[in-house]
Ligand binder design. Structure first.
Ligand code: AMP
Ligand code: ZN
Length: 431
């Protein structure tokens, strides 16, 4: 197979982004992205994602984006000289599409469109697990790197996915072998930060901005002009120091999540929770009302972020420790999702892990365009699966729930129905 291409209609699990990509594998360790566009539904009047508005946006935009992507054909491999006479690629080798997990209506829009394309072009279809695609994204990023292309990192590695819909710590051992080490038991960190931002930001500022990325607004408010990069943050060196309630000059103190269980016992649960922090911030803002000064709002926003980010860092530290002590050391942590673009989070994670003895762990933050929901990551996950012989039956349906963890009840990625294998790749996929 000289090259592998895939135009990918992707309706994502959060369901407000419609995205199409055209990815071309030009050699064993290099890819080219010939087309990558995303349209996000205008949900700002609703203060969050509205399912019907999102579905209508898929209906309006998906076919138009695909038409635009297909205008790129025939593809020419810009890495080879004309003299090498590489024949142009006339149509995609296969098509990959998000199959789940997510909202069925949005997923079905993408899936049915992809099936239509697969049938019309007589090419295979690969139905992708959205979370698997997030986990494999850093390997795409390195394949697109013009200086040193390669499918990196090698397995195993850890991924911390922090977005509007997910908060997950995943141990990835192979393309289809992922273990969820911790996930949120209530709301996702991005959702919590968005809500906290709406409590903390001055109402006039909120009204003047026409966007729903409240997390970004909060970061810019607390650290204007990118000031977070010069912040002098000192990480707690012990768990006892980490769970101290820090009293502030304003009369309030925020409690780190799971610092203590109801029985008074310190909790070391491998899970995340953010709703308690959000409620505490709401109560403080409600009590102070419009009297709250800008300085106090800035302190509250900063303290909320510190506590949320240290909560993430503590679980990452425990996971690294546990894996090391069971002879499965990890040298790479990939941090992706919309919240990963927060500079303060990067500082907290680096300092916190260094303070716990993990200076050697390489922290990778893929560029925002590739680590928030997008079609290029679906194209890449499709490429990894297709090259190992996996395709989907045309009868496959959208899956509202679909774990990536093989030990989950549904059997994880390969536990879904409608997989078929062209050939056995010779690799053990689960080791
Ligand atoms: P995603 O779900 O991956 O598309 O990411 C969207 C989420 O990331 C939303 O909850 C945003 O508010 C959040 N987000 C984006 N930028 C930032 C930032 N700089 N700081 C904190 N949260 C952010
Ligand atoms: Zn996602």
């Amino acid at each position: 197979m000289p090259s592998t291409t895939g135009p990918i209609p992707c309706s994502d699990s959060k369901s407000d982004d419609t995205s199409v990509a055209l990815l071309h594998k030009t050699s064993a360790d290099q890819c080219q992205l010939h087309f990558h566009e995303k349209v996000t539904a205008n949900n700002s009047p609703h203060g969050g994602v509205h399912p019907i508005v999102s579905l209508e946006s898929h209906h309006e935009n998906l076919a138009l984006l695909i038409a635009k992507a297909l205008r790129q054909f025939p593809l020419h491999d810009s890495h080879h000289s004309v003299k090498q006479k590489i024949s142009p690629v006339l149509k995609p080798d296969f098509i990959s599409v998000t199959r789940g997990p997510g909202m069925r209506s949005s997923l079905t829009t993408g899936l049915d469109t992809a099936k239509g394309l697969a049938v019309a072009c007589q090419i295979p279809l690969v139905g992708i697990n959205h979370m698997q695609a997030h986990a494999l994204t850093p390997r795409l990023v390195s394949m697109l790197d013009k200086e040193a292309p390669a499918p990196k990192p090698d397995f195993p590695f850890l991924s911390l996915l922090v977005s509007g819909g997910h908060t997950l710590l995943v141990h990835s051992k192979a393309i289809t072998n992922h273990k969820i080490l911790a996930e949120t038991t209530d709301i996702a960190i991005g959702d919590a930060i968005d809500k906290i931002a709406r409590h903390v930001l001055p109402p006039t500022l909120l009204k003047s901005k026409n966007e729903i990325m409240y997390g970004r607004l909060l970061e810019n408010f607390v650290f204007p002009n990118g000031a977070s990069s010069s912040i002098d943050y000192v990480a707690p060196t012990t768990r006892a120091e980490e769970i101290v309630r820090r009293q502030t000059q304003w009369g309030w103190a925020l409690c780190p999540p799971l610092a203590e269980t109801r029985s008074g016992e310190k909790s070391k649960a491998m899970e995340f929770t953010f709703s308690g922090l959000e409620s505490a911030v709401r109560r403080i803002c409600d009590a102070k009302g419009s009297e709250m000064s800008i300085e106090e709002r800035i302190d509250l926003g900063k303290e909320s972020m510190r506590i949320a980010f240290e909560h993430l860092a503590s679980r990452v530290g425990w996971a690294l420790h546990d894996l090391k002590s069971t002879n499965q050391p990890i040298d790479t942590l990939v941090v992706s999702g919309g919240v990963a673009s927060n500079t303060f989070l990067k500082i907290v994670l680096r300092s916190f892990l260094a303070a716990r003895g993990f200076h050697n762990v390489n922290l990778v933050f893929p560029p925002a365009a590739l680590c928030t929901d997008n079609a290029a990551m679906i194209a890449w996950a499709g490429m990894e699966m297709f090259e190992r012989g996996w395709e989907s039956e045309l009868s496959c349906r959208a899956l509202r729930k679909w774990s990536i963890d093989a030990s989950a009840e549904d059997g994880g990625i390969l536990g879904a129905d409608c997989w078929k294998r062209r050939y056995y790749s010779g690799r053990n996929e689960t080791k």
